[in-house]
Write a protein that binds this ligand. Structure first.
Ligand SMILES: [Zn+2]
Length: 366
């Protein structure tokens, strides 16, 4: 089965999160035609579904999202971002790389290959990710449908199809720190309490701290202060409050709780009573290389001739939710044009991805 027609159908649905625009109906029908049973699982305003087909071997689940990021000004695109145009053997469109094409490749692979296969499809990966993968997994757990291994079809490759598998991701924690002092005249500082003077040494301590030296599969964690806001237009007024924000990309040596404790400790001596608000969009997670990731890597090597690197770089993905339930790894196209104008994929690469996914299904079916 050629993945191209389904990929084009999906690209023609302008499914910018939270819109679905018919994408999941198209996909569910294609799956039903090849013997999948589809359970639609809408949560809030988000469409999701779970599809499964019986077969031999271990339960392999493919996870993906039909939603896409906005195209920006369509005028800047070579072709309409929602037209699914092929020109010179290159398929253009929002989602051509991230990641409607990978879903089409997996469906085409499943059509051609027996195996116990399911799909977890969400429309909320590029958005809040609240009513998507996490909710579907809760349903899957209740229905005893947690797979033996989950393959997420995000674009993971760097330069060539086959060069990279992701076996984990760093966590991301954002903090907003507000220090409140007492406003006053700069000529009479003893009557005021300058919150900037309290915040700066705390921030300096945070920025100077080496969080770790990296772990077996992860680079060192990093902290970046992203803004310090006072909004004080006067040069002779000590302001009453200052707010700073920072973001930490952290490896599996840390957690939301441990980093929150550390930030609190840094603040305590300099700015007791400072307000610290934390938003952790995902903990770090890792699927240690083992039999499942070896099967995946071997399938990639068999088709491409390249032994993929197993890495944990980049931002977060929905794999962070899946990792709580079962081993998970990510493998998909070269990510060079994801979220960009003229997002595209060579049709050959799409077909090669299909062959790789076939090899993966085969190896889990044995
Ligand atoms: Zn994606």
């Amino acid at each position: 089965m050629d993945p191209l027609p389904l990929a084009q159908f999906l690209l023609r649905c302008p499914s910018v999160t939270p819109e679905d625009a018919g994408a999941q109906k198209t996909l569910a029908e294609a799956l039903e035609q090849i013997g999948f049973a589809v359970t639609h699982l809408p949560f809030g305003n988000i469409k999701n579904f779970y599809a499964e087909r019986p077969g031999p071997g271990a339960h392999l689940c493919f996870a993906g999202h039909t939603d896409v990021v906005p195209p920006g000004s369509a005028d800047n695109w070579k072709h309409d971002p929602f037209a699914g145009v092929v020109e010179n053997a290159i398929l253009y469109g929002r989602g051509a790389c991230d990641m409607k094409t990978a879903i089409a490749a997996f469906v085409a692979a499943a059509a051609a290959t027996p195996g116990r296969v399911s799909l977890l499809i969400t429309g909320d990966e590029e958005g809040e990710a609240i009513n998507g993968t996490a909710r579907v997994l809760e349903w899957m757990a209740a229905e005893k449908k947690i797979p033996d291994f989950c393959l997420v079809g995000e674009p993971t490759c760097q330069a060539r199809l086959g060069d990279t598998i992701k076996i984990g991701r760093r966590g991301s924690l954002s903090a907003t720190i507000t220090v409140t002092g007492r406003q006053g005249h700069t000529a009479y500082p003893h009557r005021a309490d300058n919150p900037i003077h309290r915040l700066i040494p705390a921030l300096a301590e945070m920025a100077a701290q080496k969080l770790d030296a990296g772990t077996e599969w992860f680079e060192p964690s990093t902290l970046q202060i992203t803004t310090i806001d006072v909004g004080n237009p006067a040069s002779n007024v000590i302001p009453a409050t200052v707010t700073a924000k920072l973001n930490i990309r952290f490896n599996n040596a840390h957690t939301e709780a441990s980093l929150t404790d550390w930030l609190t400790e840094c603040l305590a001596p300099h700015a007791p009573g400072a307000d610290l608000k934390i938003h952790c969009s995902g903990e770090a997670f890792l699927t240690k290389p083992g039999p499942e990731t070896e099967k995946l890597a071997a399938a990639v090597k068999k088709v491409t001739g390249i032994m993929p690197a197993q890495t944990t770089g980049g931002g977060t993905s929905d794999a962070r939710f899946i990792a709580r339930y079962c081993p998970v790894a990510e493998f998909g196209l070269v990510g060079a044009t994801m979220h960009q104008t003229d997002e595209r994929v060579p049709v050959d690469e799409l077909r090669n991805l299909t062959v790789i996914y076939q090899a993966v299904i085969q190896s889990f079916a044995n």
